[in-house]
Design a protein around this ligand. Structure first.
Ligand SMILES: [Cu+2]
Length: 518
């Protein structure tokens, strides 16, 4: 939403004290998780924290014993401590074709009764006699007991897993997580995962492509799981957690309707906590963040999962999102008269990637600055940077160039013909569309990207005043966009704005190394 983007920009600039810590963070998101194909999980209680200082009694999946590994390998300091619940549960990363085994230990209070996991989209192998207890939807683990699920990861993409027992209570309490299945092949035109991207910076991708399709290549990826919390449900469960109980269905009487959410989470955290690093020590039960960064031109894969009860209209400012797949199913055209082979991408271009409970969505986001009608790099007379358009109109000859992926049609187009404030005598040539270009905490005080951005903005009347935030462009000075729920109720934390389902996406100059390893 446009006015909200402006508002949050002003809030962030104005509230220097409360947001000072945000300006210093250089932590990013990626799609961190644990690798398989065998996983030993616990379901256990714990307390998550929210930005208003609240601790909320929750249930979550965690590692029962140490995982075989962590991904992406470029993230240092990853952890999944034995027996510690987390929210969301560990992201399970496997390869297409793997035989995946997940053993679940029920360490919830006896009063919660049995618990289980569903793996929608995958066909479980038959259960051996004695493996778990038959439940309504799947085999369950009794309190203190365990159950093992086995399935083949047949289809690549983004999937979800969650409790199949008393879902209105157990999913609300936090028993959910994500599964990422890496495709088997490197499709034509996609780069294999290596130590570095073409620009020489670290490669944090989990795979060369999201699916076995050359249109599913990407340069960078983020996973966002949307959920909400009704604290009244959690406090009822907490109050009854100590009840003696020997029933499979538990002994709690928790009223889950009417449903009154007060906390709106992305990856288990709310704004501004979600901008802190992955695995930050202050969130021992919420290891995953939501802090997307990208360079101009990069194809950014968004893995979006709806959990909980409500739809959440997730709006990615800066461009639309091209949907690749839903529920791990790549959306392709069928054969037709004009294209007998079929197989072209068929997903819509969405302004808002609305989440649906239980559904996953993969989409590609790209920011280039095309359409602004002025030179985002501030090239002026006498500059030496070339902009020779490729077949698509972008400068892509040199991935190491400061203006790599510049939209050449706007090369050397001035933002203003006269200094700011003198609109009557010329003024800005083109006012930026705030839906395309926004400002925010990292905004370098210059309307230009690039290592010389601040210097270019210095003048008698720079726009906006240079040094407003005072960041060194090679450190952190890009274009900031709010990515948030378009339901305004959901960008609050316990009724206070700003909070909830809100993050800031940063388009960083090529000179800035995007290091997602915390
Ligand atoms: Cu918006």
């Amino acid at each position: 939403m446009r006015y909200m983007t402006t508002l949050i920009g002003r809030l962030l600039l104005g509230a220097a004290v409360s947001y000072a810590s945000l300006l210093a963070v250089t932590a990013h998101a990626a799609a961190p998780g644990i690798t398989g194909p065998s996983f030993d999980l616990t379901a256990a209680p714990g307390y998550i924290s929210q930005p208003d200082g609240t601790s909320i009694y929750s249930w979550g999946y965690g590692c029962n014993t140490a995982p075989s590994g962590f991904a992406p390998a470029a993230i240092a300091g990853a952890s999944c401590p034995d027996g510690v619940m987390q929210l969301p549960g560990p992201t399970l990363i496997v390869n297409q074709g793997d035989t995946v085994t997940v053993t679940l230990h029920n360490n919830l209070p006896a009063a919660a009764g049995n618990t289980s996991i569903l793996f929608p989209g995958f066909e479980l192998q038959p259960f051996a006699i004695g493996n778990g207890i038959p439940g309504l939807l799947t085999r369950e683990a009794a309190p203190g007991g365990s159950v093992t699920y086995t399935f083949t990861a047949t289809t690549p993409g983004t999937h979800t897993y969650y409790s199949g027992t008393q879902g209105d209570l157990q999913i609300e309490m936090g028993l959910y997580g994500a599964i990422i299945v890496r495709p088997t092949a490197v499709p034509a035109g996609c780069r294999a995962v290596s130590a570095t991207l073409p620009n020489g910076q670290p490669d944090f991708r989990l795979a060369a492509a999201a699916y076995n399709h050359s249109s599913a290549c990407y340069d960078r990826e983020y996973l966002f799981q949307f959920s909400e919390i009704d604290p009244a449900i959690h406090s009822q469960a907490e109050a009854q957690a100590g009840l003696a109980c020997a029933l499979a269905t538990g002994c709690m009487t928790v009223v889950t309707e009417p449903y009154l959410a007060a906390y709106y989470l992305v990856n288990g955290r709310s704004m501004p906590d979600l901008m802190d690093p992955n695995y930050a020590v202050q969130y021992p039960h919420q290891p995953y963040n939501g802090n997307p960064h990208m360079h101009p031109g990069e194809l950014t894969l968004l893995r979006v999962i709806g959990t909980g009860r409500w739809q959440h209209p997730f709006h990615e400012h800066g461009n639309h999102v091209r949907v690749l797949a839903r529920d791990g199913n790549l959306l392709l055209t069928p054969p037709s008269a004009s294209n007998p082979a079929g197989g072209n991408l068929a997903g819509p271009l969405l302004f808002t990637t609305t989440t649906t409970p239980g559904q996953t969505l993969d989409g590609i986001f790209q920011w280039t600055g095309k359409g602004l009608n002025w030179d985002i790099y501030g090239h002026t007379a006498g500059h030496t940077a070339p902009c020779v358009p490729d077949a698509n109109g972008y400068y892509t000859a040199d991935p190491m160039a400061p203006n790599y992926y510049e939209w050449c049609a706007d090369h050397e187009k001035a933002l203003e013909s006269k200094p700011f404030g003198q609109v009557g005598s010329g003024g800005p040539v083109t006012l930026p569309d705030p839906n395309i270009l926004a400002n925010g905490a990292w905004y370098g005080g210059s309307p230009y990207l690039g290592p010389e951005a601040t210097a270019r903005a210095v003048g008698s009347t720079p726009i906006p005043p240079s040094g407003t935030v005072g960041n060194d462009p090679t450190q952190e000075a890009g274009f900031a966009y709010m990515w948030h729920s378009h339901n305004e109720r959901e960008i609050t934390t316990n009724n206070a704005f700003p909070g909830g389902m809100m993050m800031m996406m940063l388009v960083d100059p090529q000179a800035f190394t995007i290091n997602e390893a915390n």
